[in-house]
Design a protein around this ligand. Structure first.
Ligand code: SAH
Ligand code: SF4
Ligand code: F3S
Length: 508
């Protein structure tokens, strides 16, 4: 075996097998026209992922570091990437300084998310010059954008490989090519019809687990890049999801978050279309695991059956994240959210009737092109009417290739910033208000570990995702415990530890 082969993990040379077909850069820029044409062709499920013998030695004595940006979907993809790397023999390391592979798993949702990544690539350049043998890779949503890939090819020669969100399972081949090639390796598929089932994963922790239930998004909200970076909607088979949740329950996990960009569209792509999110939740409810949540749900597909099932409670938590984006029907229409203010409020009333104790949180965009003061005020009034416990709020960020990016915009940035501030003030006030009733009450907390701010304090979350800090022995980490709230703050609760949770239900 020569040095080249050792580096490439005993791979055959490219002469033995022609891999060039895999390395065509088949990325396309976001184009509504092309994306909307994407077919109804069958989803193919693959259960045969394995790491080929020829790659086994590749990571021997080498380390990797992955920096993750963006949503839970990306966090979970990182667990899969780590799973493949560990399968190849690499070991995780805590910093970039001594890592043999550094991967940036990127997010394209807003411009500042992308800027962070370009900044980080800049920081990595001296490291690469010092250690030319290290590999730097860019993956995740930014790699699905043609303009980003072109920018990297042109300006960031410290990058060794770029691979897309549909190419993660091809990491062993991509790495081998990166070791052998002097050029930057780019493998980004626009093809999106596959679901690879048995990918390895190294999960972050053993308390809370993420489970994908579907991939992609077909909603095409006019501001959003995700339908282009993640491809079309495709659902995992119920039996695969149920089996994964069962395995996590058996391994002692306490909480599962079901993931999808638009989980309410789950099952729409199945041939008979009969088995939907409500059915899945009804099946998962029977599994012996304390908490099950899902994110993110689009108001449009939130059907009555799902509400009925969620109302059964049990391990289905009574916290729903339901992004509204705007309180103005006119803006919602231009956003192509496919519901009106009235529809949203009706849905909220229905949910509140069925689940009286429900907690609702949301996402809001301010400063959408040409948003008027009145339209913005409608967002404020909707927020108050619903009484959300919390919201993620953003200033609209134009994303190249999306329909909204082509719209003329007469709202100055200063006005957008003021609107964000005004909205955030309301969000803070409502959060503080929602915390008050907890004062003196006992809550169930899933203990995740030491508090980030103070090592003597443990912290965890209630079913309704309220952060609770309290002192208790480290042995309760990973358990659900009872805590009496002594101080309700704006964003968190301070409490006194009582003991490990008993069967009886308390305020959560
Ligand atoms: N699929 C989820 C949203 C995922 S993106 C849903 O529809 O609920 C998370 C949030 O980012 C969105 O809810 C939206 O509020 C925000 N967002 C998406 N695109 C954005 C853009 N171009 N500018 C600003 N915020 C954006
Ligand atoms: Fe983006 Fe969510 Fe709309 Fe899909 S549903 S286009 S992910 S905002
Ligand atoms: Fe970002 Fe992609 Fe998630 S754009 S928010 S990482 S799906």
């Amino acid at each position: 075996m020569n040095e080249e082969q050792r580096l490439a993990g005993q791979a055959p040379t490219t002469k033995e097998k022609d891999y060039s077909q895999y390395f065509q850069s088949v990325y396309t820029p976001p184009s509504l026209k092309n994306a909307k044409k994407r077919g109804r062709e069958e989803i193919s499920y693959h259960d045969d992922f394995s790491i080929d013998e020829q790659f086994r030695g590749m990571g021997q004595g080498r380390t990797f570091y992955i920096r993750t940006y963006g949503c839970q979907m990306n966090e979970h993809d990182t667990e899969v990437i780590a799973g493949i790397l560990v399968g190849l023999g690499y070991e995780p390391t805590e910093t970039v300084d001594n890592a043999d592979i550094v991967l940036l798993n990127t997010c394209a949702i807003r411009e500042n998310a992308e800027n962070k990544v370009f900044g980080e690539l800049g920081h990595l350049k001296p490291l690469k010059l010092e250690r030319p043998d290290m590999l730097i890779g860019v993956c995740g949503c930014m790699s699905q954008e043609e303009s980003v890939v072109n920018k990297i090819l042109k300006t960031y020669d410290q990058v060794d490989m770029v691979f897309g969100t549909h190419n993660i399972h091809r990491l062993p081949e991509i790495l081998r090519e990166a070791y052998l090639s002097k050029e930057m390796v780019v493998e980004v598929w626009s093809k999106e019809g596959d679901i690879i089932e048995n990918l390895p994963r190294v999960r972050k922790g053993n308390i809370k687990g993420w489970v994908n239930i579907m991939y992609g998004c077909d909603k095409f909200c006019t501001y959003c890049i995700v339908p282009y970076t993640r491809g079309k909607e495709r659902s995992r088979r119920p039996e695969d999801i149920i089996q994964e949740v069962r395995q996590l329950a058996a391994a002692g996990y306490q909480e599962i978050t079901l993931l999808g960009q638009n989980v309410n569209a789950y099952g729409k792509d199945f041939e008979d279309g009969d088995y939907r999110l409500g059915d899945l939740m009804d099946d998962l409810r029977k599994i012996d695991i304390p908490r099950i949540r899902f994110t993110t749900s689009h108001p449009r597909d939130f059907d009555d059956h799902l509400i009925e099932v969620l109302a059964k409670g049990g391990n289905l938590v009574d916290h729903i994240h339901l992004p509204v984006q705007s309180g103005s029907s006119e803006i919602l229409k231009i956003m192509s959210r496919k519901y009106t203010r009235e529809h949203y409020l009706e849905l909220v009333s229905k949910i509140k009737r069925a689940i009286p104790n429900v907690t609702l949180t949301t996402d809001i965009i301010v400063g959408f092109p040409n948003e008027t003061d009145e339209q913005f005020e409608e967002t404020i009034s909707l927020y108050k009417e619903v009484g959300f416990d919390m919201a993620f709020t953003y200033i609209y960020s134009p994303r190249e290739g999306t329909p909204a990016a082509k719209m003329q915009d007469n709202v100055p940035m200063q006005v957008k910033k003021e609107r964000l501030q005004k909205l955030n003030k309301v969000v803070n006030d409502f959060s503080a208000e929602a915390m008050k009733p907890y004062q003196g009450k006992v809550v169930n907390v899933l203990v995740e570990g030491e508090s980030k701010r103070n090592k003597d304090v443990l912290s965890g979350y209630t079913e309704k995702s309220k952060l609770v800090n309290f002192r208790a022995p480290a042995s309760v980490i990973g358990k659900i415990v009872q805590v009496r709230v002594v101080e309700a703050k704006t964003w968190s609760l301070d409490g006194e530890y009582i003991g490990v949770q008993e069967e009886e239900k308390v305020m959560s």
